[in-house]
Design a protein around this ligand. Structure first.
Ligand code: LMR
Length: 351
């Protein structure tokens, strides 16, 4: 090949390289890019704060699998677990700026933007996990209040599912059989006023803190304890630095599966349907695995032998409940919606 031929070959290679790089750029998160057939490709970045093995982590994987398959590869879902891309402090901002397209934060994480979502933080909203689907589904009163929340809509956030992680247990380094045994202890909480009031009612203090910081805070004694379902305690190794867990089932971790609405609306209509249907199926899957994964995590904690799990008698559990129901519920009736709180209280009394 002559010098001119080689030069032409170099030019072709450089142009091809530039075009390939440009294509990668356009296909960045949330943006459409071309494919060989001339259709458009999209990427959904899905960020969360727990491990892939948890009920939320597993449901996110299921969502990815279904979306990618149903869209015939036109939508790719990139999952960023463990707060590795964004954590509690910045993920909602990242969603609104379209740096990520989907999240599934616990209800408490929305307190600043949409305080009414604290409905799911109300202590003793459920007595057992079997009650969850009835109270939290898209067409229940609580579910509707979340799906139709105006503050979320104003912030360009659309709800596409409600996932759960079952019920929370208390952990600390001292045994907690009565509310009085929490007096003087400090607990890490998610940033929710309802949760602050719950611990206050038990005589304890609380510190809001990002999930990714909880293990270190417990290990270093920055706080004495925390509340979470077994799957979160076990997957973060919290049990290795907490000598006691009280099987209190006193509160709920419910996740609000959300998407940047502008991004969703920018998708072709058929892909919008794929996203919603995949979210529905991932929600059903989440409900199937949440209880099982929490049971397994509890067994792992028991086998580790580092932590005593204290079972409460119904009377002992009731003593925790009497301190917060209905007082904390009524305290937040205006924030959550008086009708909804009354409705939920009536359901409790009917039990
Ligand atoms: C927590 O911060 O304790 C939980 O909301 C973490 C999670 O996403 O389950």
């Amino acid at each position: 090949m002559g010098r001119q031929g080689r030069r032409a070959q170099v030019v072709v290679l450089v142009v091809a390289g530039v075009l390939a790089l440009a294509a990668c750029g356009v296909r960045g998160a949330g943006a459409g890019g071309g494919d060989a057939a001339g259709g458009e490709n999209f990427t959904i970045k899905f960020s969360h704060v727990v491990t892939p093995a948890t009920p939320k982590g597993q449901a996110a994987e299921k969502f990815k699998e279904i979306v990618e398959q149903r869209s015939g590869g036109r939508v790719t879902v990139e999952i960023y677990p463990n707060s590795e891309l964004y954590g509690d402090k910045d993920e909602l901002q990242a969603l609104q700026s379209n740096s990520v397209q989907m999240l599934a934060p616990a209800s408490a994480k929305f307190t600043t933007i949409a305080p009414a979502l604290q409905v799911l933080d109300l202590p003793f909203l459920f007595d057992t996990v079997e009650d969850i689907p009835q109270v939290v589904s898209p067409d229940s009163a609580a579910g509707k209040a979340i799906y139709e929340n105006e503050a979320l809509a104003t912030n360009n956030i659309k709800v596409v599912g409600l996932w759960d992680n079952g019920l929370k247990q208390l952990s600390s380094n001292t045994e907690m059989r009565t509310p009085d045994s929490l007096a003087g202890l400090s607990f890490r909480i998610q940033p929710s006023d309802v949760l602050r009031s719950q611990f206050e009612s038990w005589g304890a203090s609380s510190t809001p803190m990002a999930f990714s910081e909880v293990y270190n805070a417990l290990q270093q004694g920055v706080v004495n304890g925390q509340e979470n379902p077994y799957s979160n305690i076990e997957s973060q190794n919290m049990h290795t630095v907490q000598r006691y867990i009280t099987a209190s089932n006193h509160g709920y971790i419910g996740y609000v599966l959300v998407i940047n609405n502008q991004f969703l609306q920018s998708l072709p209509a058929d892909l919008q349907t794929v996203v919603q249907e995949s979210a529905d199926e991932a929600t059903a899957y989440n409900r199937e695995v949440a209880a099982k994964l929490n049971e397994e995590a509890r067994t792992t904690i028991e086998q580790a032998g580092t932590t005593t799990i204290t079972e409460l008698t119904p009377e002992e559990r009731q003593a925790f409940k009497d301190r917060v129901v209905p007082s904390v519920w009524q305290q937040y009736a205006d924030v959550i919606g008086p009708d909804l709180v009354n409705d939920l209280l009536a359901q409790q009394n009917a039990q």
